[in-house]
Design a protein around this ligand. Structure first.
Ligand code: UDP
Length: 333
């Protein structure tokens, strides 16, 4: 099947000619999802045109478009002549009128711009969008792009936007109670939030900035656990935050690293089996933190669960089923 995959183009660094690629140089959830899904689709024999990430490495079966303007994107897709267009950009880079069927994976909170043929990454996100019947397809992970390590170092990890809704501060509080250092990796777009975290937990939190490449996979694989203590408030637009898919959960699990999560959004759906979900009222004393760490599943267990649930080949098949529905002319909301 020929598929055009559209992701939102984001600039990388200060150089106006550089774009976040697929896979990303550093932070980039949608870019990792696209990279992993493309891995699975190519293995299933598909041909893919990637739009929205100029400079990404092309390979056999994967064409990378340099187009960024709507007219050029439209021409590139027309030339490629896909069976289905798969939009991940919430219509930001999707040409408005095309003859091709479109399916859209929603990566954000709330109602997507285009509800027709929507795909959600968790039941919580779908509910939050007011949909009940659209497919839920989990975020994929390719274990070959992760580093599996059974022996862990004595640190905990936070990896993501260093923002209130992602729970970096709560991660530092947990690590403090556990008596373990916390490595904090990711972009800090709210400097005051990071400053407060570092001032309140000076002997626990170590901010290492945004990581990519081998440093990133090693950091995930060597952590004793990853903390995904997403909060219901403090989202990017100030409103409530329903954690939609949490890419880091499957990445950590495929690296043999268990997850300690809050109960926000998708987390109670995906974390059991690869870690533990803390009750929202839980008081994290040193004893409680130690018990939680001691009760986590083993590296082998979380790897197996990650591959069984979210392996890129399985998730690509789920997408192919949905592409076929769209190609047949089915419509859903
Ligand atoms: N990430 C990364 N380097 C960093 C911080 C984050 O590569 O320094 C990646 C992380 O591995 C994940 C993505 O950025 O793939 C963040 O996606 P997630 O769904 O966890 O969070 P969100 O998209 O909501 O920010």
């Amino acid at each position: 099947m020929k598929l055009a995959m559209i992701i939102p183009p984001y600039r990388y660094g200060a150089d106006p000619t550089q774009w976040i690629t697929v896979p990303p140089q550093g932070y980039g959830g949608i870019q990792w999802v696209a990279a992993t899904l493309i891995d699975g689709l190519l293995e299933a024999g598909c041909e893919v045109l990637l739009v929205g990430a100029p400079g990404s490495p092309a390979r056999s079966g994967l064409n990378v478009s340099a187009s960024l303007e709507p007219g050029d994107i439209r021409a590139a897709i027309d030339d490629f002549n896909p069976a289905v267009v798969h939009d991940h950009s919430n219509t930001a880079a999707l040409p408005p009128e095309g003859p091709w069927p479109v399916v859209s994976t929603h990566h954000l909170n709330g109602v997507p711009e285009r509800r027709e043929n929507g795909i959600y990454v968790s039941a919580a996100q779908r509910r939050n969008a007011g949909s009940f019947t659209a497919p839920v397809i989990r975020l994929p992970v390719n274990p070959e792009r992760c580093l599996f390590q059974e022996e862990k170092d004595d640190y905990l990890l936070f990896m993501g936007r260093v923002s209130a809704h992602k729970g970096a501060y709560e991660a530092a509080a947990f690590a403090h109670a556990a008596g373990l250092p916390l490595k904090v990796a990711g972009p800090s777009w709210e400097p005051e939030y990071l400053e407060r975290l570092l001032a309140d937990y000076p002997h626990t939190a170590d901010y290492i900035g945004e990581v990519g490449g081998r440093a990133r996979t090693e950091l995930i694989a060597r952590a004793r656990a990853i903390l995904v203590l997403s909060q219901t408030w403090g989202g990017p637009f100030g409103g409530p935050w329903v954690e939609p898919g949490a890419t880091v959960v499957s990445e950590a699990a495929a690296s043999g690293t268990p997850v300690i999560a809050s109960s926000n959004g998708c987390l109670p759906e995906i974390v059991p089996g690869v870690g533990t979900v803390l009750p929202s009222t839980a008081e994290i004393t040193p004893t409680a933190a130690t018990e939680i760490l001691d009760g986590l599943p083993t590296a082998q267990e979380v790897l197996k669960t990650a591959v069984d649930r979210w392996g890129h080949l399985k998730i690509a098949q789920e997408y192919l089923t949905v592409y076929e529905r769209a190609a047949r002319g089915e419509r859903w909301m």
